[in-house]
Design a protein around this ligand. Structure first.
Ligand SMILES: O=C(O)CCC(=O)C(=O)O
Length: 287
């Protein structure tokens, strides 16, 4: 690695740490210009094709909306999406909160079309039986492919609500919710305890984004991506993404299969191995 690569890596780490501190303190952060305009256009074109091909279909409930098209398990549909969860401006933010053993919890696209109404305010982990506030177990990220504005349904949030002892009352009005406005190419991260919900789209344009979440390596991802992607498909993905999908062991213990790192099952070079073997090696090296 050259000195300039090292400097660049160090800069990214410091920036990620600043965003992580904002998430810890206020529950959310915006990474401005996180992805390049060319990638924004390519992603947008790909999703427009999916809508034409009816792969991305309308939801039909209050939570997901009636004028909103979604597609889940995005990595199964086009290689271009593989860039997002391991993007150098995005992954370090997740790692700074959840550590390097984090997993990809879900990855979908949301196209909120004109006329959509507000989504109920919720917290992503509110169905879990956990006393709030708790340690961060999941961080959501919305990568904007069109500008997110107050008029087109930018996500509404209640700053600081990730620290409240309760979850929001489902379906209630929240006058103190504020829309987070950010430009295409930027990304909104928030802690899964933050009270939030999509806004109403009162414009004639669609609000489009790729929405994904990281979770701690010891929790269960929201989408079962190990089943959603065939091993052949996973073999075409970058190794770091394979690890995020669950082909990895957390702290040398969680996620092993018959004492083997699952990354080895898909033909990749050896993984980290078991913590028990590591402690044995340490003991022997002291002899
Ligand atoms: O689309 C949005 O702004 C928020 C979506 C969301 O929070 C969800 O569907 O869980």
């Amino acid at each position: 690695m050259t000195t300039s690569d090292k400097n660049q890596k160090a800069r990214i780490k410091v920036k990620a740490q600043t965003h992580a501190e904002e998430i810890t303190q206020q529950g959310y952060t915006v990474v401005r210009d996180a992805i390049a305009p060319e990638l924004v256009s390519e992603l947008k074109d790909t999703l427009a094709r999916f809508e034409d091909q009816q792969k991305m279909t309308f939801s039909n409930n209050d939570f997901e909306g009636f004028k909103t098209a979604r597609i889940f398990n995005l990595l199964n549909y086009d290689q271009i999406f593989a860039q997002i969860p391991i993007h150098p401006n995005l992954l370090p933010v997740g790692e700074a909160i959840l550590d390097q053993g984090l997993l990809l919890s879900s990855i979908s696209a949301i196209a909120m079309h004109p006329g959509e109404s507000v989504q109920p305010i919720h917290a992503d982990t509110q169905l879990l039986n956990l006393t709030r506030p708790h340690v961060s177990i999941s961080i959501a990220c919305m990568v904007a492919l069109s500008d997110y504005t107050a008029n087109n349904g930018a996500t509404r949030i209640i700053p600081g609500s990730h620290l409240l002892p309760d979850n929001p009352e489902y379906g209630a009005e929240f006058p103190d919710a504020i829309p987070v406005e950010f430009k295409a190419g930027s990304a909104l991260f928030f802690d899964s305890q933050l009270w939030h919900g999509g806004g109403a789209n009162n414009t004639s344009e669609s609000r489009i984004g790729v929405v994904f979440a990281y979770c701690a390596g010891w929790t269960r991802p929201q989408e079962n991506l190990l089943l959603g992607l065939s091993r052949e498909r996973v073999q075409t993905l970058p190794r770091r993404l394979q690890e995020l999908l669950g082909y990895s062991i957390y702290k040398g213990q969680w996620g092993h299969i018959e004492r083997q790192d699952p990354i080895e099952l898909i033909g990749s070079t050896p993984g980290k191995g078991m913590v028990w073997d590591a402690s044995e090696r340490q003991k022997n090296s002291r002899k």
